[in-house]
Write a new protein. Structure first.
Length: 139
């Protein structure tokens, strides 16, 4: 009975190790990271931090966070802001930049200087009975 119990314990242990090896994530490599910026802080700067790809790796050695001077960056036409180097760089051949661009991809309120305008679209196609008399169109 003692040997049988010991064999069962060993089998359970081996299965546990096998399962943990199957579900272990690989170690993150430099190409597994992308950069994100923190919000502008009280002293007028941001931090660029490395963020690993979600659920594909863990650990590894991300680049150390770097602080930017100022909260907004603008580059001249033909140049773009390199988030890797934190400076303006010349556009690669065959590409262009109008310069001065700021990317807004999420916000709670409309950013300062932006406006929103909506216009009512009237179409006879959607009107009941499809009236044509109130349209200003030539046939």
């Amino acid at each position: 009975m003692g040997i049988r119990l010991m064999c069962r314990g060993l089998l359970v242990c081996l299965i546990s190790v096998w399962v943990s090896l199957i579900y272990a994530l690989r170690t993150c490599q430099p190409e597994d990271y992308h950069f994100e910026f923190t919000e502008c802080d009280a002293t007028g700067g941001r931090w660029r931090v490395s963020v690993p790809a979600s659920d594909t790796c863990e650990g590894g050695k991300p680049r150390a966070p770097r602080r930017t001077q100022g909260c907004s960056v603008s580059c001249e036409p033909g140049w773009y802001f390199s988030v890797g180097e934190l400076e303006c760089a010349s556009c690669p051949n065959g590409t262009y930049s109008l310069g001065g661009g700021v990317r807004y991809d999420s916000w709670q309120t409309l950013p300062s200087g932006f406006t929103s305008y909506a216009e009512v679209f009237r179409s006879a196609f959607f009107l009941k009975g499809r009236r044509h008399g109130d349209l200003n169109c030539s046939e």
